[in-house]
Design a protein around this ligand. Structure first.
Ligand code: JHZ
Length: 406
């Protein structure tokens, strides 16, 4: 275990401790219970880099492999979001006449297929082989690799430099971020831009959405920490655009220093972050207290429902649910099953607490009156889809922005 900031190299201060946790996406069969992988999930903060991060993280090969359980295209809303993202790029001033777009962590091609379908020169880089195969099937040219500075050299030699290097919900997964940032700075043309989005630290603190923290998310970024990190490679923040996705994300645009005008949003969000205390370690000690409060309220609610004879089910076996279930110690007498749309998860059990994952098709026969909305970030889409459940007297439970049943 190393408690050194991955960005500044200074010591990290321990701010949040979740104890022993399994892999967020480690859905498993019964015969694998005895060999299940656990690690000590603690978070640290460093006031120099302003980077909130896991103190130790499992090796990438343990998390991202040929059986990786997350396929991006499970949400229609996200498909639309990535189409809009694509449109904003092609309508921007950043592209040359024959632009080359690279996406880091393209998953099953949910974003790049928009470029591929419209004949843009593109390349996806995706370490999980099974999802990379799906992307290639869709006509998205994808290589399966972990991107870093040396892979950047190879891509430049084979394909040339990029106009636009994009990534969504990926950068915050990468521990060797310096090598990635260095690779990006050289892969970008002089006029090239890096545009990426990830769950935003400001939203996580505001909503106490601590379930955004699990093995895969080694960092939770803010404008301050992104600015600090990329300034080492002469890349400057030129825009910040908040997104509603994943419970509150931020889209960061960076370019070689001095190439573009800086949007006023950069100043605005940096000031807002100072007011919120995202640059100060005390904020994160307070965050730990709020997490404990949220956990206690959730357990009170689930225990009182159990006492009243209710059987609660879970809706969507998200990675986030792994943190809630294991940190709160929610056993299958409190939540008996979880419905999910991803075939690879069906018939398996949730990491750590071993709650059975059922095919979403069976949800239509569900009679229970309380369901925990583990995909609270997709609540608009889900509530619209499941009006039937509510109209028959069903209630959703959430812990964001506070614990409640509605
Ligand atoms: P969702 C993943 O997190 C993992 P997760 C990863 N680390 C990351 O950063 C984000 O995504 C981007 C199910 N579902 O999107 C399908 C339903 O069953 O919140 C999936 O199993 N019904 C890469 O897992 C899971 O939810 C539905 O109607 O927390 C995906 O959950 C919907 C919308 C989803 O991401």
């Amino acid at each position: 275990m190393s408690n050194i900031c991955r960005v500044s190299g200074d010591p990290l201060e321990l701010v949040v401790d979740f104890g022993r946790q399994p892999l967020g996406n480690g859905f498993l069969n019964q015969e694998d219970f005895k060999n299940e992988y656990f690690f000590n999930m603690q978070c640290g903060f460093n006031e120099k880099s302003k980077m909130f991060q896991l103190i130790n993280q499992p090796n990438p090969e343990i998390m991202f492999h040929e059986n990786y359980a997350f396929f991006s295209s499970t949400s229609n809303y996200m498909k639309k979001h990535f189409y809009n993202f694509y449109e904003s790029i092609i309508n921007s001033d950043y592209l040359s006449n024959d632009p080359f777009i690279i996406e880091l962590g393209c998953n099953d091609g949910i974003m790049l297929e928009n470029f591929a379908n419209n004949n843009f020169k593109h390349l996806g880089i995706e370490p999980s082989k099974n999802v990379a195969i799906e992307a290639n099937k869709k006509g998205v040219r994808t290589i399966s690799d972990f991107f870093d500075n040396s892979v950047a050299n190879k891509i430049i030699a084979d394909f040339g430099q990029a106009d636009c290097f994009i990534s969504a919900n990926v950068m915050c997964h990468i521990p060797n971020i310096h090598s990635v940032a260095e690779g990006i700075s050289k892969i970008l043309k002089t006029t090239g831009v890096l545009i990426f989005e990830d769950p935003y630290l400001g939203d996580v603190i505001e909503k106490t959405s601590y379930d955004q923290i699990y093995d895969e998310h080694v960092f939770l970024f803010s404008a301050h920490s992104v600015q600090y990190l990329f300034s080492n490679y002469n890349l400057e923040l030129i825009n910040l655009e908040p997104q509603v996705t994943h419970g509150g994300s931020m889209r960061y645009t960076l370019a070689h220093k001095g190439m573009y005008e800086i949007n006023p949003n950069v100043k605005k969000y940096l000031s807002k972050e100072k007011l919120q205390g995202l640059d100060k370690v005390e904020t994160f000690h307070n965050f730990q207290s709020k997490i404990i409060e949220s956990k206690n309220k959730l357990l009170d609610l689930l225990n009182s429902l159990k006492k009243d004879g209710h059987q609660v089910f879970g809706y969507a076996a998200t990675s986030k649910s792994t943190t809630i279930l294991n940190y709160c110690g929610i056993t299958n007498d409190l939540i008996g099953k979880i419905y999910d749309t991803t075939p690879i998860k069906h018939g398996k059990f949730s990491p750590g607490m071993h709650i059975p994952i059922l095919n979403y098709e069976e949800f239509k026969n569900e009679k229970a009156k309380y369901g925990f909305l583990f995909a609270w970030n997709h609540s608009k889409e889900i509530i619209e889809k499941e009006t039937h459940y509510k109209s028959q007297g069903g209630h959703w439970i959430t812990h964001v922005p506070e614990v409640m049943a509605f």
